[in-house]
Design a protein around this ligand. Structure first.
Ligand SMILES: [Zn+2]
Length: 301
């Protein structure tokens, strides 16, 4: 939370303070795949648990903090009004984002940083699809306002893939709040996003816009992430980097999705990123609290 500073200076922010403090910031692991472990039914969106299973949402937040996370992300990845429009939470975006932020804050308390997760709308940007700049600006502005009202310390654009949609998200968010913003893309086509963007292009597009950090999340194998991180580090030029990869490539075994990367393997990759200058690390899909504990231990040793 923001705390008052000397008159005339901008208020300190818990996330920026940690980033500028020089140490590594450990972010949390997966939301969806850990809800699966707690029994979420197939076809139920994780966001539905904010209203239906708030104790389990908080259980996952707390498990990551107990494992060593300094920062947890709200269960709002799919909670833009456009993404919710066709599902059971249509029209409830404001309430959902605010409640999810409050749940996270209640679960982890103060000094843990709460980040408001914002995912893509699920629609392709004009001219490839129906997402216009106006629609995007309004949807991201609404989501940011509700997350800010719920008390998040920063906002994170996660798993983005399109440059236009990311820029529109930033523009919409900035109409509502000055909270620090992290911009993270998913490079799931080797070194490129689904829309062909490279890590260098992402850094070049967002670094001049005053974002707190840029980075990569989700993606494919850890070996692919190694190459993405290499390129991010070369392009970064002082901007803090955020890296939250999957625990490997998912495999379907009978009805289950399995991630084969062990906590030790994931921790080894992430520790090497921190050694080379990455500031924020955590895990995406498949990353359990056990993985996160290994990551936290490895990057702090
Ligand atoms: Zn993921």
């Amino acid at each position: 939370m923001a705390v008052p500073r000397e008159q005339g200076l901008p208020p300190l922010n818990a996330f920026l303070e940690r980033l500028e403090g020089g140490g590594v910031v450990v972010a949390d692991g997966a939301t969806g795949t850990n809800y699966q472990r707690l029994g979420i039914e197939p076809g139920v969106a994780p966001e539905e648990w904010v209203f239906d299973e708030p104790a389990k949402v908080q259980e996952v937040h707390r498990a990551f903090v107990e494992a060593g996370a300094d920062l947890v992300l709200t269960c709002t990845f799919g909670a833009s009004s456009l993404r919710l429009a066709d599902g059971p939470l249509a029209g409830r975006g404001d309430e959902l984002n605010r409640r999810a932020a409050e749940l996270a804050r209640e679960a982890v308390g103060e000094p843990t940083i709460v980040a408001g997760s914002i995912g893509p709308t699920g629609h392709l940007a004009d001219p490839l699809g129906p997402l216009s700049r106006e629609l995007a600006l309004a949807a991201f502005a609404d989501q940011a306002r509700a997350l800010a009202a719920g008390g998040v310390d920063l906002l994170v654009l996660e798993t983005f893939f399109s440059l236009d949609e990311g820029l529109w998200a930033l523009e919409g968010i900035r109409t509502e709040t000055d909270l620090p913003l992290v911009v993270s893309y998913s490079f799931d086509q080797g070194l490129r996003t689904m829309m062909g963007l490279t890590p260098t292009q992402v850094v070049e597009a967002f670094a001049p816009l005053g974002v707190a950090a840029v980075g990569a999340n989700c993606g494919k194998s850890l070996e692919d992430t190694d190459a993405v991180v290499e390129e991010l580090l070369a392009a970064a030029d002082g901007i803090p980097l955020w890296v939250k990869p999957n625990a490997g490539v998912p495999r379907v075994v009978r009805d289950d999705v399995v991630y084969d990367v062990t906590p030790e393997q994931q921790a080894r990759h992430l520790a090497s990123y921190v050694e080379r200058g990455v500031k924020v690390v955590g895990g995406c899909c498949g990353t359990t609290p056990e993985h996160l504990a290994a990551i936290a231990a490895a990057v702090r040793s």
